[in-house]
Structures are given as C-alpha cells and as structure tokens.
Design a protein around this ligand. Structure first.
Ligand code: R2B
Length: 313
C-alpha cells in the first residue's frame, strides 16, 4: 500500500530553531551519530556540541572528500579565514564521510546517490539541532548531466523530480511506499541566483527543474550501462519528456535532498554544474582538467551567496 505524506513545514515558517520530525529523539538520553562518529549526550545541556557547532549557518554537501576539502580551502579565501593549516576532517573516525569547518560553514562529503546522502543528511540535521543552530541553510554542490544545456552550465534546482518524472520523493518505510513533496524554497533559489551569478563569469547560472535518479545508467536512460533493455529512440523520447517538464539537469540526490529538508523545514538549495549534455550523448568525455575547472563554478556561485548571507547574519 501507499501513503502520501504531505505534512511538511511551510516555507514561510522556515526560520529560527530547527524542529525535527521525530518524537522518539526526546526520549533518548544520548544519540550517537554513528557515521559522523559524534556522540551527543542529551541528558544535560549538550555544551560540547554547542561550543563546537553552535555557530554553524551553512552546511555544504558534495559527493567527494577531495571536492569538499577543496571547497573548505576556497571558502577560507572567500570568508577571509586566517587559518592556513591542512583542513581537519572532523569525522575521520567514522570512516565514511568527511567534514571540514570554515568559520560558520561546514563542508561535508555525501558519496554517490540519495541512499548515502540521506544517511549523512539525517545525522547533520540532528547535529545542527543538538548544537542549537539558528536558521541553517543546507546546500548541495555537485556535478550532473545537462538536458539541452551546454556542459559547464551551473543549475540551481527549482523543483526536484524523481526517476518516475514526478515532482516528489518516494521511499519504502515499514514496507510501504511513502511519497513526499520535493521542492526547494524560492528564497534560496533567488538568492543563490542573485548573489551567485555575474555576466562576465564566462558561464551561465540558470534555475530549472532537476531529476534525481537512483541509478546513473538505466535510471538516467543511458545506453552504456551493463544492462540496457530499451532503444536509443526510447531514451530520446524519455529525455524529451524531461525537457518538456522543465528538467534541465539529471543527478542522483535532488529529490531526496529536497524532500527531507522540506519535511524538516530547513532552507536548502541544490547547485550543480553540468558535465555532459545528455541530448548529445551518455559518456562523460571532458578531460579531468576541464572537469576540475567546471567544478570550481558552483564554488564561485555558492561562495558569493554564503559571503552575502553571512554579512546579513
Ligand atoms: C552526480 O555525479 C555522481 C555520479 O557520477 C552523482 O552523485 C551525481 O548526482
């Protein structure tokens, strides 16, 4: 059976302290954020976690450890952080994800796809709640395939679609299909676009819909996976449908990310650079140097957004 779960916090109420959507947490005397390797004692005021993370205003997540380390180094420059040493991985003991801190900004790796991202996202949401952070913004900074846009374009997601071409996220909970909405708040989209994009950057920053799939190959209609049971014409028909729905990029996290953050009522945005135009092919053929250059583009956009956001705080 199937449950539509549309109880979410309205975007207009998205400010102030975080309200998690789990009453059981209040009955626990401690909570071990296993994958982050951070233990939180709930029985008394969690002073240590507040001292360490209470100032956090922005949590930037992205696929790889090396990119999140680079982002930390980049943000040091943008935010005039005097720190010069090697960025310290604050959850190295968890052996799963990496987390770096630059002033009030965390940069955290999430792996490939919704399943690995959702694990760290749940724990990060609990972390900022326990630390008493006020009005934090969650951002994903990633790579993606474009649909009808040239490689190197930065896309800020409006609505997140799943692989069924529905603007929602679907997961199995207690053996049932649970479907939740998957939208990002307009305020974040507008601000990222407004503060992030400049005409002489040499690339375009656009907003559009994003499809987040559970599979890089068949789920995205590629012809080059280990399995493929459709024709090139089927694939092109699918991509055309995507295009007609305003989907300009495809990645593997957007619908989960939008739905979880919308459910909790925290601000969030997904900012990805396209590395292939799927209307022209499936293989990512750009050189590693080009990929590296493209990966700096969301850094630039998000860096400006964060700088402006922190100036307002
Ligand atoms: C984009 O890049 C990864 C797959 O190569 C995945 O995390 C995504 O959404």
């Amino acid at each position: 059976s199937f449950i539509e779960n549309y109880t979410v916090r309205p975007f207009s109420k998205m400010s102030g302290s975080i309200e998690l959507a789990n009453p059981h947490l209040e009955t626990m005397c401690s909570d071990f954020l296993y994958h982050l390797n951070i233990n939180v004692e709930n029985s008394q005021e969690p002073t240590e976690i507040k001292n360490k993370f209470g100032d956090v205003k922005v949590i930037c997540c992205g696929g790889t450890v090396s990119r999140m380390r680079q982002l930390a180094l980049y943000l040091r420059k943008v935010l005039d952080d005097p720190e010069t040493g090697e960025p310290v991985d604050l959850c190295s003991g968890g052996h799963r994800y990496a987390m770096f801190k630059v002033g009030p900004v965390l940069t955290v790796s999430h792996g490939v796809g919704s399943s690995t991202f959702s694990v760290v996202l749940h724990e990060l949401l609990k972390l900022v709640k326990y630390a008493g952070c006020e009005d934090p913004v969650f951002l994903r900074i990633g790579t993606c395939g474009g649909v009808g846009v040239p490689p190197g374009t930065v896309v800020v997601t409006k609505n997140a679609f799943n692989g069924f071409l529905r603007n929602e996220h679907e997961i199995a909970i207690l053996g049932k299909r649970v479907v939740r909405p998957a939208q990002f708040p307009d305020s974040v989209i507008k601000d990222v676009i407004a503060y992030g994009s400049k005409e002489d950057d040499g690339f375009k920053t656009i907003s559009g819909n994003t499809m987040g799939t559970d599979c890089f190959y068949e789920g995205q209609g590629r012809l080059d996976g280990a399995i493929c049971e459709y024709t090139e014409a089927d694939k092109m028909e699918f991509l055309k449908k995507c295009f007609d729905l305003g989907i300009v990029n495809i990645e593997m996290e957007a619908s989960m990310f939008a739905s979880v953050t919308q459910k909790i009522g925290v601000k969030a945005g997904d900012v990805c650079v396209t590395i292939v135009n799927r209307l022209n092919g499936d293989q990512v053929e750009i050189t590693m140097e080009k990929k590296h250059e493209f990966e700096q583009r969301p850094f630039l956009v998000v860096g400006r957004y964060i700088k402006n956001l922190l100036q307002k705080c």
